[in-house]
Write a protein that binds this ligand. Structure first.
Ligand SMILES: [Zn+2]
Length: 477
């Protein structure tokens, strides 16, 4: 179905064709649809055997064709209104009755206006059309052409829910409009529609809501996206596609399944399967990782390095187990690979080494590296820099700041740690010294300033006296 055809069908579906095209058999009450172009052929049969679907109408009906769509008409003026929503409502019910009678499974029955008694409130409510399965399971069809109050819908839905009755809500086609506004590049967007608030409320509550047009014998399916890959669930955007009722199937759960709904559900299931696949893959990856971590821990638990360290220090030094700021490049627990490099290349060593030797040390302990070489270097470099800061080795870099050579200091971890602690103490002492020197300087400056103040103050209270002999002295004023 091309987009243009879809749009044309939607436009025709929403067009307010008001002529009466449904009647009932006088004897059986069975619905009868007047096909286009058969008014003349069926006029005699109509006059003799059919009646208006309005329950109280006794006016004789006939058919008319010609330039307008073939339709039924009252021979004399009826007592009820015509061409109105109530007529569509009756026609919609007649259409669903006829369709359901042909589609329901063996042993099921279909009724019009079946009364449902709410056991809690004893209120009686009527379903427009009710299908009852052999097992007693029921499906209701509600055709809404009037402006149905949301509270009234809630009450009716609550009755159905309380009794486990599924209900398909069919919004009358005259209640739905093509949405106007800027059309998106997606041509399907032109089938965007505006719905009455009730339709959104029903959809948001998770109940099936469709659109019905008894004059065209079609059902409109609502989608929540222009791609028709999700059901309409009451969001602001709604898109409509139209199917012939003859192509729709009965469902004991949702009442009616259109080909479009089938496609939408298939698309949703595909999305759900895709999500499930992704989740399964993630779960598997997580599982692999946890197994991998478990293996890593066991490798460390059983490592000769760990035994060596425990024998030497009685504990694993914190500096070997500490994250130096970059991890992931080496596929082992920290104390294992830190320990391997330390033990092989740093512990009391004085022989310069290169990157080659670092990798060889890891290899000798069966420690694997990540396939991302940059990540490996980043991880190793972060820890080696921490060891440099500790004083265990020095880096020799080329002009591009690349590390060519490492020179270990010949220390043990303890010595380096103690030396580093001592350096920190020395630094602190030197800082103290600088602080106290500055303090002494400030005190001296303050003393000199105070002395000068005192002299000046003294002079303000005295005057310079010159004696007759010419001697000078400061005397109180
Ligand atoms: Zn009538």
């Amino acid at each position: 179905v091309t987009t243009e055809r879809t749009l044309a069908r939607v436009v025709a579906f929403l067009d307010g064709e008001k002529r009466q095209v449904w009647a009932l058999h006088r004897e059986s009450g069975e619905p009868f649809f007047l096909p286009e172009g058969r008014a003349t052929e069926l006029r005699g049969f109509t006059k003799s055997s059919l009646r208006c679907p309005h329950p109280d109408c006794t006016v004789e009906i006939s058919t008319r064709g010609g330039s307008k769509r073939d339709h039924f008409l009252h021979v004399t003026k009826p007592t009820h209104e015509t061409g109105r929503e109530s007529e569509f409502h009756l026609a919609g019910k007649a259409m669903l009755m006829q369709w359901a009678a042909l589609r329901i499974p063996d042993g099921a029955t279909v009724h019009e206006e079946r009364t449902v008694k709410d056991p809690a409130t004893s209120l009686l409510r009527r379903a427009d059309v009710m299908v009852t399965g052999r097992s007693g399971r029921q499906v209701a069809y509600e055709v809404e052409y009037k402006s149905y109050a949301i509270e009234a819908w809630q009450a009716k839905q609550a009755d159905y829910d309380a009794q486990g009755i599924a209900c398909a809500w069919l919004i009358g086609h005259t209640k739905v409009r093509l949405a106007t506004g800027p059309s998106s590049p997606d041509r399907n967007d032109e089938a965007a529609v505006r719905l009455p608030e009730l339709a959104a409320v029903i959809a948001r509550a998770g109940h099936p809501v469709m659109v019905v047009n008894p004059a065209t014998r079609q059902i409109g399916t609502l989608a929540g996206s222009a791609r028709f890959d999700e059901r309409y669930r009451g969001a602001s955007g709604a898109w409509l596609a139209v199917d012939d009722l003859d192509d729709c199937e009965f469902s004991p759960h949702g009442g009616i399944i259109t080909p479009t709904l089938r496609r939408i559900v298939a698309a949703e299931e595909e999305v759900a399967r895709e999500l499930a696949r992704e989740e399964a893959q993630e779960a598997e990856a997580r599982h692999r990782m946890s197994v991998f971590r478990g293996d890593d821990l066991r490798a460390w638990e059983h490592s000769p390095l760990r035994a060596t360290f425990l024998a030497r220090w009685g504990t694993i030094p914190d500096v070997l187990a500490r994250d130096a700021g970059a991890t992931g490049g080496v596929l082992a627990v920290l104390p294992l690979w830190h320990g391997a490099i330390y033990e092989e290349l740093l512990h009391q060593r004085t022989v310069d080494f290169k990157w080659r030797e670092v990798f060889a040390a890891l290899d000798r302990h069966g420690i694997r590296r990540h396939s991302d070489t940059k990540l490996v270097f980043r991880t190793l470099m972060a820890w080696l820099q921490a060891m440099e800061a500790l004083g265990l080795l020095r880096f020799h870099r080329d002009r591009q700041r690349r590390v060519l050579l490492f020179s270990p200091a010949g220390l043990t971890l303890d010595e380096a740690t103690r030396a580093a602690a001592q350096r920190r103490l020395d630094q602190a002492a030197a800082e103290d010294e600088r602080m106290s020197a500055a303090e002494r300087h400030r005190e001296e400056a303050a003393r000199i300033k105070a002395e000068r103040e005192r002299v000046l103050e003294e002079r303000r209270g005295t005057a310079l006296r010159v004696s007759e002999a010419g001697s000078r002295r400061w005397a109180p004023k």
